[in-house]
Ligand binder design. Structure first.
Ligand SMILES: [Zn+2]
Length: 500
């Protein structure tokens, strides 16, 4: 999901100037969905359950649950499940609670690319598109189809015991390698044709089990299709989820939207509230996350509500836990609650007819419509405003605020001390500093952060703060990937800083 995403410093995006929409027509979105990415680091279900009332209060009515290896597969697929995957009964109880609170449950399973969780097993490696790469499954092998049919069957059967399954997301993003093996190449199809044929198979499989379920797919594999060629790629009974996590629209957005409007019945938009600000990021960049949501809402308002060019079915706030199966953990869910709430408040404004009239007055809009609501939601008092500059969690009393405060220090320390080493790790002259630029100019800030770090026993502090949200294995991984690497890098950098 991230190869195409770029992590840019926010510049103000020049939106079309409008006036007179203080009571604008409402942005109509049937679904506001939060993505729960469980990749190998699932939050405790009790914690996920505790978030339901907050999400509901802020207008969420759907959950896109990306199970990967956390789904309790059984029978012939038993070896797909991670040893600490959710137990059937517990997952069932959580989903029942969510459905009873009015949430639409949309399971997400990868069925083409990003299939490392399955294809890494020797038992399934013969299904790979390219023998050395566990990312993609070959769609031309009969056994691949049987394997995917079984996955889909178990997912649908489990969810239908709880509520009718209206949607299932089958992934299909960033499929690479694709169309490489002899079987696929003999089909003499373009990558997009191959994908379309594969999605037809997936839709048929889903409909045999559940005729009323609509299939969702990510859009990115169709971005390079020329508009004149998309008539061969029309997918009925399939809806596309157009994802872009950057802070300003990609220049091809209009061309793509025009294609998708012709190829699919409905278009969904996917933003990101976490997991799109760097592979090793500790906290979401509130600034980038806000502009990402703002530009998409402005787009939907302009082209869905006002010009009625496209029908936007819903918005999915994605929250990635890792960039892929083997990547380190990025921002964890409890550290991303402020980002989630800020952007849900923004969506609620647009869906109730309060939109940004003029981007030159964005600060006024934020003061009037976002900041106070944020204070109220996160129990903050006398927080120095605005969140776009810095979010002062010390002034807030929401459940995860202490964690946020500690991780802010960790995040700042990363910016000072986490290094990008070149091939030779021992060559200190090759050290580069992430996000800091000129180290000398940042010396004073980094020294202050270093001194603050010295006062904290991070391991203990983090274990205490995370134990409400994650099992030990996840916490240990977090400490290993974030704190150990920080400590090691500090050890290396201290001589350079001449700190005793
Ligand atoms: Zn193949």
């Amino acid at each position: 999901m991230y190869v195409l995403a770029s992590y840019i410093i926010v510049e103000k995006y020049f939106f079309i100037k409008r006036k007179g929409y203080a009571n604008a027509p409402k942005v109509e979105l049937e679904y506001v969905v939060v993505h729960l990415d469980l990749k190998g680091a699932p939050p405790k279900l009790a914690y996920l359950a505790s978030l339901l009332p907050m999400m509901k209060k802020h207008g969420v009515n759907g959950l896109l649950i990306e199970y990967e290896d956390m789904f309790p597969y059984d029978g012939v697929l038993e070896n797909l499940r991670r040893w600490n995957s959710y137990k059937k009964e517990e997952l069932h109880a959580y989903l029942v609670a969510a459905v009873s609170s009015g949430f639409e449950i949309i399971p997400l399973i990868q069925t083409f690319g990003h299939m490392e969780f399955a294809l890494k097993h020797p038992h399934y490696d013969f299904l790979r598109e390219a023998p050395k790469f566990p990312e993609s499954i070959c769609p031309s092998i009969l056994e691949s189809q049987h394997f995917l049919e079984e996955m889909i069957k178990q997912i649908i059967s489990f969810h239908q015991k709880i509520a009718p399954l209206n949607y299932i997301h089958v992934g299909c993003d960033e499929v690479s390698p694709i169309n490489k093996c002899n079987l696929c190449r003999r089909r003499n199809s373009t990558n997009e044709e191959l994908l379309t044929e594969h999605v037809h198979f997936l839709v048929e499989t889903v409909h045999l089990l559940s005729p009323t379920t609509t299939v969702l797919i990510w859009d990115d594999m169709y971005r390079d299709v020329k508009p004149m060629d998309c008539s061969n790629l029309i997918l009925t009974d399939t809806e596309v989820v157009y994802w872009d996590f950057t802070a300003k629209p990609h220049e091809d957005v209009h061309i793509n939207m025009n294609k998708y409007g012709r190829m699919f019945d409905n278009i969904w938009i996917a933003t990101a509230f976490k997991g799109a600000d760097g592979r090793e990021s500790i906290l979401p960049d509130l600034n980038v996350r806000f502009y990402n949501h703002l530009y998409w809402l402005d787009f939907i308002f302009n082209y869905g509500t006002m010009k009625k060019l496209y029908k936007f079915k819903g918005i999915i706030l994605t929250g990635w836990s890792r960039y892929d199966h083997d990547s380190p953990l990025c921002e964890i869910l409890p550290a991303s609650i402020p980002s989630l709430i800020i952007n849900l408040i923004l969506i609620q404004k647009y869906t109730s007819g309060i939109v940004v009239e003029n981007m030159n007055e964005l600060d006024v809009f934020i003061d009037e419509h976002i900041e106070n609501n944020l204070d109220s939601s996160l129990l903050c008092q006398n927080r120095s405003k605005r969140f776009l500059n810095a979010f002062n969690s010390k002034k807030c009393r929401y459940e995860e605020s202490d964690l946020y405060t500690t991780l802010q220090l960790l995040s700042n320390a990363y910016k000072c001390f986490v290094l990008k080493n070149n091939a030779s790790n021992d060559d200190e002259s090759s050290i580069e500093y992430e996000n800091v630029g000129n180290v000398q100019n940042q010396m004073e800030t980094c020294l202050r952060i270093f001194n603050e770090l010295c006062k904290i026993t991070f391991d203990k502090e983090i274990i205490g703060l995370l134990s409400d949200y994650f099992e030990n294995e996840v916490i240990l991984e977090y400490i290993r990937s974030k704190i150990r690497s920080l400590q090691e890098n500090i050890k290396r950098i201290v001589p350079i800083f001449s700190i005793k």
